[in-house]
Design a protein around this ligand. Structure first.
Ligand code: TXA
Ligand code: MG
Length: 344
């Protein structure tokens, strides 16, 4: 199969919508990361997503809608807590868990009795949903285990020859996947942190909890509330280590390990802030520490670059856990299998 990369003109979005309506797959931009979409009601089309990605069948997909009117048929109930969050943060980088209806194919929910739904703000995504005339099930458009794609080129790298069309909407604004929230109980629980931060949620609901697996690995056989947490995601081939603590100590330790790796014939790289001095060593920039949103937008491209450049060791500066920093550290932590060195 030839994979076409198309500019998101009206005509191309209409064409892509037709493909989805006819049971085919389309990769498309959202404000978080690129998604790989199919008609959420069509079990065969949804199975093709799992095949193209090489995704484990027990990891459910998020369903994307463009208006609130599309939701009632997809769910058996809209919990009160969810309603409040929908009003404040949709359209945008937030997914909510609902009790599912029969309309959603079993392949989407991977056997769960719930469904994750999101209303993206990206205009290309919204037009695509509108033209396809159906709810679109879409995971991130990467091969399973790789970092989520934040450009059409990343999607092409992973899925060339496996899908008919990629809509190229340029780089994604947020750069990390949506915040996944279970708001069925009295206090909303964040299952996966993202662009809608705990602080933003607390300001609306008064309280919020973080799932215990956000900053910790999942043990073999342990039960989790969001199946995606079980898998070692975003892992580059390079051994990846994170350094947290007093900045000069972090920089010293990173330089020490960098030089040791190089002397051993390896190829190290630093994921760090451009305002810090690494004396000519190879740095993939996360921007500046005061702007964790820049680190969010750059992280996945940097992790991909490690592989393209054949790096053997990635030494990463930790980001503060405030705001979107929590989401950055969650993804970086998983790339490093939570190997975090604390330097106080
Ligand atoms: O920003 C995003 O959410 C992107 C764009 C394309 O919308 N999509 C995305 O999908 O990141 P994916 O499949 O890569 O991640 C979905 C995550 C997984 O961790 C999955 O386990 C969790 O959401 N999830 C989906 N449905 C769920 C459910 N019913 N209950 C708990 N977790 C669920
Ligand atoms: Mg994914």
């Amino acid at each position: 199969m030839d994979t076409k990369v198309l500019k998101p003109t009206d005509e191309n979005i209409r064409y892509a919508g037709c493909l989805i309506a006819n049971g085919r797959l389309v990769a498309f931009p959202t404000e978080t990361v690129y998604g790989l979409g199919a008609d959420a009601r069509n079990g065969e089309a949804v199975s093709a997503i799992f095949q193209a990605k090489g995704r484990p069948g027990d990891n459910p997909l998020i369903v994307h809608v463009s208006t609130a009117e599309e939701i009632p048929p997809l769910v058996s109930e809209i919990p009160e807590g969810a309603r409040l969050l929908m009003e404040h943060f949709w359209p945008g980088p937030m997914t909510l868990i609902f009790p599912r209806s029969e309309l959603i194919s079993d392949e989407v929910t991977a056997g769960l009795d719930t469904v994750g739904i999101r209303m993206p703000s990206n205009p290309v995504a919204r037009e695509l949903i509108r033209w396809s005339g159906c709810p679109i099930a879409a995971p991130s458009a990467n091969r399973s285990g790789r970092p989520s794609p934040t450009t059409a080129a990343h999607v092409y790298e992973d899925l060339n020859g496996r899908i008919p069309v990629i809509l190229d909407g340029g780089p994604c604004e947020v750069g990390l996947e949506s915040t996944v929230i279970d708001a069925r109980g009295s206090v909303p629980v964040i299952l996966r942190p993202g662009g809608i931060t705990p602080e933003m949620i607390r300001a609306v609901t008064g309280d919020v909890r973080l799932d215990e697996h956000i900053m910790a690995p999942v043990a073999e056989g342990e039960r989790v509330r969001s199946p995606g947490m079980k898998y070692r995601h975003y892992a580059p081939k390079a051994k990846t280590v994170i350094f947290d603590g007093i900045t000069p100590k972090v920089i010293d330790e990173i330089c020490r390990r960098y030089d040791a790796e190089q002397n051993r014939g390896g190829s190290p790289a630093i994921l760090g802030f451009e305002t810090h001095n690494y004396g000519g060593r190879k740095v993939l920039s996360l921007g500046v520490p005061e702007h964790p949103d820049e680190a969010a937008a750059r992280l996945f491209a940097a992790l991909r670059e490690l592989d393209t450049e054949g790096r053997t060791l990635a030494l990463c500066e930790a980001v503060g856990l405030e705001g979107i920093g929590l989401a950055v550290m969650n993804r970086m932590g998983r790339a490093a299998a939570f190997d975090i060195v604390r330097l106080e």
